[in-house]
Ligand binder design. Structure first.
Ligand code: TXE
Length: 498
């Protein structure tokens, strides 16, 4: 057991101050590699959330924020981006310890963060309304694009800071204020991040972080009448609850939910590239990504060769300590997640799928107490089965085959999800045809799992709605006000509406 004295004790960040939960209660954060507690996190409840939201609401009216010129807001965001750049290794280390993901992956993510703030810093003074040529010629009509107000952002444990930055950079550029509730499984990096917010010099209350559990702190945030937009990233079932709770106050939500993304390999594809893309899609983050390419559709004529190469490569994936650069797959983030993956495997075997590799926890004693699961490949999976329809959020790949282009489009679309899709082909017409016909918010052609702050991201169907990143995100976090100016000297007939 780790003694309480050895644990890092974190505080929440409210109104520019470090505070304990009002109840003074906290909970342990566990390291998925050792299975042991390494930090304590304040257990925020309704009262803490209310305090943070009121601070964010007051900050909206604070001249230090409200009256800040948009270009100055951009400058501040640039300074913040520089601090993120200078602290990338530290932030990545905290995340890897807290969520068990590879330091290689978390470092890559941490190094990408400044780009989000620089991109939106440049846009802060380019958020403009329009003048509108009305049918009423005596009226001058224009729009103002104003901040929506207090934004509540709820993030999951898999990529805490990257997923936060998908929306936060645009939220700040547009002049809003924010209360962030990170996942109870990986809160530490968001609190470290808040330290940099303070150092950059954002006015108090512009960015607040309240830690705690989904059912308590999360519900309090989503249900609060002063919150004017909720951004939620997490599982689809919780997303539906969040949408319902927010509806009570007519609070709009942006939902980034689960996926069951198809990765489709045609018979003219470059097979070694497609094998790499397939592995990047499903095993790189231990499958713990909403973008996981968890359904692999192989043209039947290349099936045998592809599967042989895939299994060969997967056998060589090095499971290990996520903090070591040489490790290629880390443990799952929670014990519950590990058990969930095991239930999926049992179900797939019962449904008659063929286990080609993995399917169990590794036996290597060097992996100690970590919550590891082997990279797992099932062949002969039926598209309507549980494994092909539900998000595992673990390193489990379902392989299916197809003959015709139309057939594979129909199969790929036959899911309640629509987050992403991959297409591997050298036929340019086919590539664009299939990209057009797939029901997914992101389609990759001859690549997989690539993202940029400059390109909109979000789901179709039950993968969510609303768009983060790119110019689209600015629309999500601003609202249009239409201003009417009568230019005529006399106001006409008061009885008739104009
Ligand atoms: O996510 P949750 P969990 C999927 C994945 C995983 C499953 C559950 O399949 O197995 O979701 O994972 C907060 N009101 N994804 O439990 O529950 C919670 O505290 C308000 C997909 O981690 O969705 C956390 O901050 N908030 C996904 C956040 O919601 C609530 C990423 C996510 O928690 C709440 C993660 C409530 N009632 C998991 N309940 C992706 N698509 O990227 C929970 N929360």
């Amino acid at each position: 057991m780790t003694s309480a004295a050895e644990l890092t004790a974190y505080k929440m960040f409210v109104n520019g101050e470090w505070v304990d939960a009002a109840s003074h209660r906290s909970f342990d954060s566990l390291n998925p590699y050792t299975g042991r507690a390494w930090a304590t996190i304040p257990d925020g409840q309704d009262e803490d959330v209310d305090r943070a939201i009121k601070a964010a609401r007051a900050a909206l009216d604070n001249p230090a924020w409200k009256g800040m010129a948009p270009a100055a807001r951009g400058q501040l965001m640039r300074r913040f981006g520089d601090l993120l750049r200078d602290n990338a290794e530290r932030l990545a280390g905290v995340d890897s310890r807290d969520n068990g993901k590879l330091i290689r992956e978390m470092l890559g993510q941490a190094k990408a963060l400044p780009g989000y703030y620089y991109y939106y810093a440049g846009l802060a003074d380019k958020i403009m309304g329009e003048t509108i040529p009305l049918d009423k010629t005596s009226v001058f009509n224009y729009t103002l694009r104003e901040p929506v107000g207090v934004v509540g952002i709820i993030t999951p444990w898999n990529s805490p800071l990257l997923i936060l930055s998908f929306s936060l950079a645009a939220v700040l550029a547009a002049g809003n204020t924010v209360v962030i509730k990170p996942s109870e499984h990986a809160s530490a990096s968001t609190l470290e991040f808040a330290g940099l917010v303070k150092e950059a010099g954002f006015p108090p209350g512009v960015v607040n972080v309240v830690t705690g559990f989904g059912k308590t702190a999360g519900t309090a945030l989503v249900s609060h009448p002063l919150v004017r937009k909720v951004v939620f990233t997490g599982g689809t079932e919780v997303g539906k609850v969040v949408g319902q709770q927010a509806a009570a106050n007519v609070t709009p939500v942006l939902l980034e939910l689960g996926g069951k993304s198809p990765n489709i390999v045609f018979n003219d594809a470059h097979v070694p590239n497609a094998v790499n893309g397939c592995i990047a899609g499903i095993f790189a983050a231990g499958g713990q990504t909403c973008l996981a390419g968890s359904r692999l559709f192989l043209h039947e004529s290349i099936h045998d060769e592809f599967v042989e190469r895939l299994v060969e490569r997967v056998k060589s994936i090095r499971l290990g300590d996520p903090s070591k650069m040489e490790s290629e797959m880390g443990p799952l983030s929670t014990m519950d997640q590990l058990r969930k993956v095991e239930r999926f495997v049992e179900g797939a075997l019962k449904d008659g799928a063929t286990l080609l590799y993995g399917g169990r926890r590794p036996e290597d004693p060097a992996l100690g107490q970590g919550w590891f699961f082997m990279p797992t490949i099932f062949d002969g999976v039926v598209n309507d089965s549980h494994l092909a329809q539900e998000e595992v959020f673990g390193p489990v790949l379902a392989v299916l085959t197809f003959r015709e282009e139309e057939e594979v489009i129909a199969l790929a679309n036959r899911t309640r999800y629509g987050l992403a899709a991959g297409i591997w082909t050298n036929d340019i017409r086919r590539a664009h045809r299939v990209a057009r016909d797939l029901e997914a918010g992101t389609v990759w052609i001859n690549t997989y799992r690539a993202l940029s702050y400059a390109s909109p991201f979000g789901g179709y169907k039950q993968s969510g709605y609303g768009r983060e990143m790119g110019l689209d995100a600015l629309r999500e976090f601003t609202q249009a006000k239409s201003v009417w100016v009568e230019l005529a000297d006399t106001v006409p007939d008061p009885v008739t509406i104009r």
